[in-house]
Design a protein around this ligand. Structure first.
Ligand code: FES
Length: 115
């Protein structure tokens, strides 16, 4: 009855094609039914997380990534890339997956009804 569900959102035909969306600062923003996601490209990695800082709700756009942490541009709170944890708050990160059907963002959420 109660369960965690994972939904996949198709981003592009491939990871390579998706990279064309990024601006010169290595950022790309896309809206989803659950909110605005900020994609940040750093070296060979792409990170995806909600574009609202859990501290005061400011945009994460313009953040920096150093030593495994995403740093909010407003008050410099740091959030761990692996866990999302930072200063007793959590930033929602989303795994990305490439397979033969395209490039996807995965979002896991809690469902009361198992749907
Ligand atoms: S709004 Fe991000 S650290 Fe304050």
């Amino acid at each position: 009855m109660f369960s965690d569900k994972t939904r996949k959102y198709r981003l592009a035909d491939s990871r390579e094609a998706f990279l064309n969306n990024f601006n010169a600062h290595g950022e790309y923003i896309q809206n989803f039914p659950f909110g605005e996601v900020l994609f940040v490209k750093k070296e060979d990695e792409i990170y995806a997380f909600i574009n609202d800082c859990p501290h005061q709700g400011q945009k994460m756009q313009g953040c920096s990534i150093e030593n495994g942490k995403v740093i909010c541009p407003v008050h410099q709170y740091k959030f761990d890339i692996e866990t999302g944890r930072g200063h007793g708050l959590f930033l929602d990160f989303y795994p990305l997956e490439e397979n033969e059907n395209g490039f996807f963002l995965l979002r896991t959420y809690f469902s009361w009804f198992g749907e």
